[in-house]
Design a protein around this ligand. Structure first.
Ligand code: GLU
Length: 510
């Protein structure tokens, strides 16, 4: 049964969605899903100067990748369509007019040059110019003119904006579901522009009108919007509308805890800040994304969910369904949440460890295909089984286990120095003779055969195994040797041993 709870994610398509934005969408989604409510995507694109082509598609694709779905959206439609503010532009003017008629807003004819001069003059006195109850008395606006003068200016086509008239000597009292009661004196607020000279509403007006018309019950958004809350609450009062409940989410902080995690930080600090990779359409600048870096969306979402919220238990791994069940706004913290890139990799590893083997093998096959490597499909499951404990990402199974797919091109010098002795070549030649005769080339048989070889010849296990590993792998890493030999097969194993003896004998001679 659908409840009356209605929430919205309302991004502005001004660029790729930052992971903080994904978290906002996620918390809205969790809250709506838990209450059987409705989740709405509304595109807030009234600021034409900040519009970035491709950004809306990016947002939609990124949220779909994360498994965040909408009940009403530009693509899906719904009872309050359209869901793109640029397509609703005709609607906003009447609301701006309504506020003017009721005395809550006024026309301001000050030109950008005049305002700039006032700002400069204030700056020169180390002050900030604010359009407010004090300054508006002397500025070029309808509060200081007769109705005829105002009409004449508008009829003459004089550009104007509509500003909200902040009530004087008053306080705004607000309740935030995360922060509790917030009280602000109206003296600290400025007369924000609601409607611009280009005939478009500003964010503030369009946002409130749409939240009202779309019957939004809970506004869950980032802390950066908290300073706008008093204005929004005053707007609801001015319209005589019931305000939704508000919840302002804590900021995401940089890993060192110093300041907000910005769009710029990511690649500079060595991790993505965007869900998907993005190429700026104007500058061509590329930014990395979690998807392309090899993260599972489930791991990314799990990590984000815990960035500012916790279940109050030790549990860290949550599926989306479990998050829906466990989430609560009461357990969202007030203070900033520090992003931890190492922990993010850890989350991915946890999801890799619980992945079904066949699925993991399929993912590895895609990595190999992309590299143009052909490999027997039946060996991919055992490779994944052997390697999954050692990596954080599927692509690392290839990187850390490249020896499964390609013969070593070089041999780790340190290891050669330590492990390749005068007599190693002769011992390996002897071993070749035994291996060539082996009828069964699978792990248990190979283990027995190697052991027999070592005992028969009175050799040291370490010396034999280390030298052999060097020839097969090129370094002293990787899982159990007989597993590697079984996977690459008899022919390839012998080929690598021959080639290695050849190459390493040359180096020891030189
Ligand atoms: N369009 C605003 C943004 O880009 C929405 C803020 C809000 O949720 O009210 O974040």
């Amino acid at each position: 049964m659908t409840s009356t709870i209605r929430v919205r994610f309302a991004p502005s398509p001004t660029g790729p969605l930052h992971m903080g934005g994904v978290r906002t969408a996620l918390y809205n989604y969790l809250f709506a899903s838990q209450h059987g409510g409705t989740m709405i995507l509304r595109i807030e694109d009234t600021d034409q100067t900040r519009y970035v082509p491709g950004a809306e598609d990016y947002i939609v694709e990124a949220l779909a990748w994360c498994g965040i779905h909408f009940d009403e959206s530009p693509a899906k439609g719904g009872p309050h369509a359209p869901y793109r503010q640029s397509e609703r532009r005709e609607l906003y003017k009447q609301y701006s007019d309504r506020l003017i008629q009721s005395g809550h807003a006024y026309y301001a004819f000050d030109t950008p040059e005049e305002l700039e001069a006032l700002r400069k003059a204030a700056e020169a006195n180390k002050e900030t110019f604010i359009y407010n109850a004090e300054t508006r008395k002397t500025l070029h606006n309808s509060l200081n003119m007769s109705a005829e003068e105002v009409e004449a200016l508008i009829e003459a086509g004089t550009p104007y904006v509509v500003r909200f008239r902040i009530p004087e000597h008053s306080v705004v009292e607000m309740d935030d579901l995360i922060r509790g009661r917030v009280v602000v004196k109206t003296e600290t607020l400025d007369d924000k522009v609601l409607f611009k000279s280009d005939g478009m509403p500003t964010y503030h007006l369009a946002n409130i009108v749409d939240d009202h018309l779309m019957e939004i019950t809970h506004v869950i958004r980032g802390e950066e919007w908290l300073p706008s809350l008093p204005l929004h609450v005053l707007l609801y009062q001015a319209f005589g509308w019931k305000a939704p409940q508000f919840a302002h989410l804590p900021l995401l902080l940089r890993p060192d805890g110093n300041g907000k995690l910005s769009k710029r930080d990511g690649d500079r600090l060595g991790f993505p800040v965007f869900p998907l990779a993005w190429t700026d359409p104007f500058t061509g600048e590329k930014s990395s994304g979690y998807r392309e870096a090899g993260y599972y969306p489930e791991a990314f979402v799990n990590m984000l969910a815990l960035l500012g919220w916790n279940a109050g238990t030790e549990q860290e791994i949550f599926s989306m369904d479990e998050l829906v069940e466990a989430f609560s706004l009461e357990r969202v913290s007030k203070s900033g949440a520090r992003f931890d890139p190492a922990k993010t990799r850890w989350f991915n590893q946890q999801y890799l460890l619980i992945r079904n083997e066949e699925q993991l093998a399929e993912e590895l096959r895609i990595v190999l295909n992309n590299k143009g490597i052909k490999f027997a499909d039946d060996k991919l499951v055992p490779i994944c089984r052997l390697m999954r404990e050692r990596v954080h990402f599927v692509h690392e199974i290839f990187e850390e286990g490249s020896f499964f797919f390609e013969a070593p091109e070089s041999y780790d010098e340190q290891v050669v120095k330590k492990r390749w002795k005068e007599e190693s070549a002769a011992k390996m030649q002897q071993l070749v003779a035994v291996l060539e005769k082996a009828s069964e080339f699978e792990p248990a048989a190979l283990d027995a055969l190697l052991q027999q070889f070592i005992t028969d010849n009175g050799l040291n296990t370490g010396a034999v195994m280390n030298a052999l590993r060097l020839l097969l792998v090129g370094a002293s890493k990787g899982p159990h040797l007989s597993e590697i030999m079984w996977i690459i097969g008899k022919e390839e194993s012998l080929k690598r041993i021959f080639a290695g003896i050849d190459r390493l004998s040359q180096t020891t001679q030189n």
